[in-house]
Design a protein around this ligand. Sequence first.
Ligand code: GLU
Length: 239
Amino acid sequence: MCGIVGAVSGSSVNEKLFNGLSNLEYRGYDSVGMCLINNGRFLLKKGVGKLEEVHKKVDFLSIPGNVGIGHCRWSTHGGVTEKNAHPHLDCSRRIAVVHNGIIENYSELKEELIKKGHKFHSQTDTEVIAHLIEDVLSQNGIEKATRLALNRIEGSYALGILFAEEPQKLIAARNESPLIIGIGNNENFISSDVPSILGYTNKIIYLEDKEIAVLTKNSAKVFDLSGSVKNKKINIIRW
Ligand code: GLU
């Protein structure tokens, strides 16, 4: 097991992501990474090893930005290397993806995308998601492009997705892998579990399978994979 976190906020998120990842460490992992958006560009740091070890080398807390995603990886496809650590990007470096789970049909999708000219940088199944979205992004907005890509994927996923050109938004989705949304004050979160973000909010929305969430710092909208709005309950956690 392993975990993902994400935050979109009115203030800096590096420490929130770092604390979230640190709270997910109990799940076991082999590498970690974080990506934030600053001035319309991704700032990405990742490495093999424990959070504290990698942090000593890359200084996660120095990454500026009010929106970001973080990941601790338990590798299933591709060795334990820095290249295979998440987040993964598309060719144009406009889309960043963190993923927990397994994309069962990744090799067919990868072959198809390579024929279309996409260049892969890792051996992971995850990277196909970034390229699949990239492939349909120019004719669709980020939300529809994400939906179209997810409709082609078979397997399990908890996803956090960023678009460099839309730094006010964080997109999340799940299928057969845990993912929750935290509703904060002028900020919203995603995480693999509730305790990891209880320091920031106790208002939780439970995502269900095949749901996509579009978060800004002040809103959280959930859709199914056909784009219909889902009305979700906000649960107040009193643990
Ligand atoms: N299958 C992906 C990989 O090997 C994600 C693994 C995970 O859940 O951390 O990179």
